[in-house]
Design a binder for this molecule. Sequence first.
Ligand SMILES: NC(=O)c1ccc[n+]([C@@H]2O[C@H](COP(=O)([O-])OP(=O)(O)OC[C@H]3O[C@@H](n4cnc5c(N)ncnc54)[C@H](O)[C@@H]3O)[C@@H](O)[C@H]2O)c1
Length: 434
Amino acid sequence: MKVSVFGLGYVGVVASACLSRDGFTVVGVDIYEEKVRLVNSGQATIIELGLGELLKAGVESGRLSATTSADEAIARTDISLICVGTPSRPDGSQDLSAVYRVCEQIGDAIAHKGRSHIVVIRSTVLPGTTVKCAEILREHAGDVPVHLAMNPEFLREGSAIRDYDAPPFTVIGTNAPVAEAALRELYAGIIAPVFVTEPPIAEILKLASNAWHATKITYANEIGRLAKASGVDGREVMRILMEDTKLNVSKAYLRPGFAFGGSCLPKDVRALTYFAKTESIDVPLLDALQLSNHAQIELALRRVIDTGKRRVGLLGLSFKPGTDDLRESPTVELAERLIGKGYELRIFDTAVHEAKLVGANRAYIEQKIPHLSRLLVETLDEIADHAEVIIISYGAAEFRPLLAAIDPDIQIIDLAGTFPPVFFEGKPYDGIAW
Ligand SMILES: NC(=O)c1ccc[n+]([C@@H]2O[C@H](COP(=O)([O-])OP(=O)(O)OC[C@H]3O[C@@H](n4cnc5c(N)ncnc54)[C@H](O)[C@@H]3O)[C@@H](O)[C@H]2O)c1
């Protein structure tokens, strides 16, 4: 397979060097003649450990060359990787003009070649970009088939070659089997799990990964600031925190779903942010947690309002299954907002119902939420008889019989997202983040 790489910056030149090392014929393309000249003379266009040697070897082997001509590169290759820049505009929006421009050039060149071609977007792009690129390529390539994929790059500068060879995973966003097969062949020597998915998922996944990395850094810095103000070493706090691989550095708490709540998280976040205030320490990320959490409750409320229906069945009242603890449950707040707006509510929660009858939490329920306590029902049938809308606030197996046999007129609003999608096929269903 012969490969052209459009854009000889950090991503493109590393890909060119590694692919030629792996035995592929590579034609690099850039609009800057100087970069093309450097690559053709076997020199690196950027500072990166080990890159110069690979480029030199690639040129000497005859497998690597570069050009400013898109036509020449497309004519000589079967697959093109788009690695052009996607910088921020002054207002923060993503400037995709280089990606679209290169698609026009590639599309024209494919039309001239008159033979099918594979195009792969490796640049970091917003969701929807691949669809737009497909349109541009169709417009410019005419009847010549183009197989398109979105395949984000995960390398880091400073360890680019190492990262190219051992990425966390390879993500192929495509509906084109020819493009998928070509990428699998291109990366055959790379040991990493491969995920084939829809192009917009691949697009947002790359941005979500970078936002996650930025969040981790900012979180560690804020904890460090708070630790220092308490007279302790933030590095030691985070060192031990990271040793918890059950909850802290793990898959726990990383699925989109409903707001956090309960007797600990809201109160302890408040305690920490209040402490920061008293110490005059800025912790904007920690400050934003409650704000963002509240936005999730508002979103759930909006989803119910948007149905235009009034009779609501709420499955789950406490903040998670298997507990009768209602302190700071986001579902209690949602229920109160619904009642306040005049919705007719019935609530099913086994643990809370039992606690109301016999449990230690009985006094709390009767004193703090008598208005909700009155709306608790004992059986799922009572929810089914009443509801035009059913809200799933958490995923509990006990809800299954009701959801499996639900009347097709009843709207389901899922805040938990733990039941398999097949469960809701053919039913009016809306997830809060899926
Ligand atoms: N730099 C990184 O560590 C990194 C890592 C992963 C992903 N990415 C993403 O990869 C993309 C490229 O990043 P980069 O850092 O390599 O960018 P860069 O600015 O270093 O390189 C982009 C290159 O594209 C060239 N170019 C622009 N228009 C062209 C055209 N029409 N034809 C041919 N070449 C053209 C430019 O001249 C430049 O050399 C960006 O979307 C970036 O977000 C970057």
